[in-house]
Design a protein around this ligand. Structure first.
Ligand code: MN
Length: 362
């Protein structure tokens, strides 16, 4: 086979010689032959496909190590190279979604400072109830649920220290009930609070093999008087009932949800997947603890439900919707939701917090 000079190969692949030299240095595309005396690089015509693939993956923004991996797969198992690109892109989209949330948060947050944007709305308040139950199968309750005048939270612990872990995570937030939070400082306060919760869970988990698997989800909302600041890690959920419709406003940090996002699993398959509770983010040693954070504008007559997966896994969404629509008192609503979970076998601990946004009389 006739080898091509770098110039001819550059022309044929529509890459610059400079790019080709870079790919060589990075180990992405090694010339077929390098002249030991002159150092001139020569390429085989059948390297063109790989050169184009490298160029496309670079345009996609794929990191170099991952490009190397895709090229190796492409040489061996072509089907898997496609899967690797799909997985990479799903991750890009998930990261973008998280950045979009942060951007929304910042826009909301900065807009507060602009008097022309400040709401002329009536003053709002919340009423709330929390309830947690062991369920019918588990021996102990590792969930923790809390509702107070400013803080709503659900945590679902796992591992040998699951119960103290979920309790510690929520205890670490409780100072928000009384602290005065300077306006315009919510973002930092939320970040600090997650850091404190993380530390509290680590303290509970301890070190060594006993700590393995100990962790907790944490889904919490802080009432600011007109907004709910949301912090979310794991697979507990927040639903919003507004205008008669029910919306899930959190995204599960589970393996199966990632696979659904990547198009590798349908939502139906995910619901019955044996490893559906496997978390990709949680508070605990060795876990990805990066939270989703958002500032959510509340409206009069909004109803929020925070729940652990012990509810959402076994009670169909339409039944949750119906219970939230038909029962007016939060205390009664949380009791009914837990009764629904237990009527479906109560396989897991189940926790619910219901909070109603009310327009206050002035
Ligand atoms: Mn659970």
């Amino acid at each position: 086979m006739e080898l091509l000079t770098i110039g001819a190969f550059a022309k044929a692949s529509r890459l610059s010689p400079k790019a080709l030299r870079l790919y060589d240095e990075l180990g992405l595309l090694t010339p077929a032959r390098v002249d030991p005396v002159t150092g001139y690089r020569r390429y085989a015509p059948d390297q063109l496909d790989q050169a184009r693939l490298v160029a496309w993956l670079r345009r996609l923004g794929m990191p170099l190590a991952r490009i190397r991996h895709v090229c190796a797969l492409e040489a061996g198992q072509a089907g898997q190279a496609g899967q690797e690109i799909r997985a990479f892109w799903a991750q890009v989209e998930a990261d973008t979604a998280a950045r979009r949330d942060l951007a929304t948060f910042l826009i909301d947050h900065l807009s507060r400072k602009d008097p022309s944007m400040s709401p002329t709305a009536k003053s709002l308040g919340i009423r709330y109830a929390a309830l947690s139950d062991t369920g019918l199968v588990r021996e102990s309750n590792q969930d923790t649920a809390y509702a107070g005048p400013r803080l709503l939270a659900v945590a679902d612990g796992c591992g040998s220290q699951g119960a103290p872990a979920s309790a510690a995570a929520i205890d670490a937030l409780k100072h928000l009930e009384t602290d005065s939070i300077p306006a315009g400082n919510f973002l930092n306060v939320l970040e600090d609070v997650v850091e404190q919760a993380k530390q509290a869970v680590h303290d509970v988990a301890g070190t060594g093999s006993a700590s393995e698997g100990t962790g907790t989800t944490l889904t919490a909302m802080l009432w600011t008087g007109s907004q709910l600041a949301l912090v979310h890690i794991g697979d507990s959920r927040v639903y919003l009932l507004r205008g008669g419709e029910l919306f899930q406003i959190t995204h599960d940090h589970t393996m199966v949800q990632s696979m659904v996002d990547e198009g590798r699993l349908s939502p139906e398959e995910a619901a019955s997947h044996p490893q559906r509770s496997l978390l990709v983010r949680a508070l605990g040693p060795g876990a990805d603890t990066n939270p989703d954070m958002r500032l959510h504008d509340a409206q009069g007559e909004d109803r929020y439900l925070l729940c652990s997966d012990g509810l959402s896994t076994v009670v169909p969404t339409q039944d949750i919707h119906r219970a939230l629509s038909e029962i007016s008192e939060p205390e009664q609503a949380v009791r009914e939701l837990i009764a629904l979970a237990n009527a479906s076998g109560g396989p897991d601990n189940v926790s619910c917090v219901v909070a109603d946004v009310l327009e206050l009389q002035q």
